[in-house]
Structure formats: C-alpha cells, structure tokens
Design a protein around this ligand. Structure first.
Ligand SMILES: Cc1cc2nc3c(=O)[nH]c(=O)nc-3n(C[C@H](O)[C@H](O)[C@H](O)COP(=O)(O)OP(=O)(O)OC[C@H]3O[C@@H](n4cnc5c(N)ncnc54)[C@H](O)[C@@H]3O)c2cc1C
Length: 212
C-alpha cells in the first residue's frame, strides 16, 4: 500500500488486482441480491482472457466448499474484469481554494465497500462548510475541511486494509503469516468484541464526534 504525499505525487500504487464478476442470484444469497459482485485477488500482470467463466466458477466453488458437499448453483456471468486496486491518500486534501473529495483524494481497496461512502462523507463535510461560509461568513469549516475528512479517511483506510488482509490470501504469505491469518479469521468469527468492531466499521462510523 502506498501513501501519496503531498498533492500530485504519482508514485506507483500497489501490486495487487482483483477479478470482479457479476452473476444472477446464488442459492445461498437472499433474493434481494440480484447481481452480486464477487472479487478475488489475482497477480498484477494477469489478464481477463486467462479467466474463462469455468475457471471463475471453479475458484468460487473452491472457496465456498463445505464438508457436507455444498455446490454453488452456476449461472451466466454477465460482466467480468480485472480492476487495479489502488490505496492512497492525498494529504492534505486541500490547497488554497482547491478542495479534493472522493476518489480524487483517496482510494481504498474494494474489500470494505467504502469508496463511495467515503466520497459522500467528504461532500457532507464540504457542503456544511460552504453552508456556514455563505450564511455566516465563517471560514472555519472550509479551513478545517482536510483535517476533518482525514480523520475518517485514515480510519476507513485502516478498515479496508484490514478487511483485505483478512479476506484474501497473498502469494508471498509464508506459513507463519498463514497461521496468523487463520487466527484472525477464527477470532473475528468467535469473538463478539471483534465482530462488533467489524460491524461498526462495516455499517459506517458515525459522522460526528467522537469518530467523525
Ligand atoms: C469494482 C469496484 C467496486 C466498488 N464497490 C464499492 C462498494 O461496494 N461500496 C462503495 O462505497 N464503493 C465502492 N467502490 C468505490 C466507488 O465506486 C468509488 O469510490 C466512488 O465511485 C468514488 O466516487 P467519486 O465521485 O469520487 O468518483 P467517480 O465515481 O469516479 O466519479 C468521477 C466522475 O468524474 C468524471 N470525470 C473524470 N475526469 C473528468 C474530466 N476531466 N472532466 C469531466 N468529468 C470527468 C468521471 O467520468 C466520473 O463520472 C467500488 C469501486 C470499484 C472499482
């Protein structure tokens, strides 16, 4: 993961990419999931032509395999692609009157499903700052824009990084790291405290203090 600092630094970001595919309801998902998105990490130089539908289904089946012989119900894959995963933060998110919001200011890996949420959170802060400026003339909100947003941004980066690390295996993972990985999964599925922390971040941190 890379942090870009300051504005307009274009150091290369990250070495991992994801295969993303969409398909009709799977039998283990509720009917409301009309087009679920499934992603897994592949090598940076991999190409989508190496991933015919059959191979994607085999990979998914391998991941969802259970001891009682559960089989995924297969269907057509209507869209698939390799999406480069970037992780970066522009800090600060403002320069004079230039304010960055959303992906222009920060990218998180898709595992935490947080990118759009973070973009909306930025815009909420900015809208309030504009509102204050035009109603009272106060510049405090505009001047504090970056600082306010970055408190949330770094927490969301942390959560997205943690989810990615927990939910994906990495090619260079040694046996020690693999055992830590399994322990992490075991902990999150057996500890109410850890499950609560995951849920708190996953549904979205509160907008106002103390987490902003
Ligand atoms: C595979 C994948 C899955 C994702 N899943 C989730 C998820 O489940 N939950 C979630 O919260 N987020 C998710 N995201 C992230 C989310 O899509 C982005 O974080 C979010 O769209 C960022 O919003 P934005 O407005 O900052 O940027 P964008 O949505 O990228 O909007 C930028 C807009 O600017 C336009 N534009 C670019 N250049 C110019 C120009 N020069 N002139 C005029 N217009 C221009 C673009 O066409 C685009 O419409 C996912 C992303 C990916 C790739």
């Amino acid at each position: 993961m890379h942090r870009r600092d300051p504005l307009l630094d274009d150091r290369p970001a990250l070495e991992l990419e994801t295969v993303v595919c969409f398909e009709p309801p799977l039998e283990f998902l509720p009917d409301s999931f009309i087009r679920p998105v499934v992603d897994f990490i592949v090598a940076r130089d991999d190409e989508i032509d190496n991933w015919p539908d059959e191979r994607i289904w085999e990979e998914l089946q391998r991941r969802f395999e259970t001891h009682d012989g559960f089989k995924l119900k297969r269907g057509p894959i209507v869209q698939k692609g390799i999406t480069p995963m970037h992780s970066f933060v522009v800090e600060p998110m403002q320069y004079g009157r230039l304010m960055l919001a959303g992906d222009a200011a920060h990218i998180v890996p898709p595992t935490g499903a947080k990118g759009l949420n973070l973009a909306i959170a930025d815009v909420r802060v900015l809208a309030r700052a504009f509102g204050d400026f035009y109603t009272t003339g106060s510049r405090a909100g505009l001047e504090g824009y970056s600082e306010t947003c970055l408190r949330r941004v770094w927490k969301v980066q942390r959560f997205s990084w943690w989810m990615t690390s927990m939910l994906h295996r990495f090619p260079n993972e040694d046996s020690f790291q693999h055992q830590l990985h399994l322990a992490e999964l075991d902990y999150v599925t057996s500890s109410r405290a850890q499950a609560t922390a995951l849920a708190e971040n996953y549904v979205g941190l509160p907008f106002d203090e103390p987490y902003s």
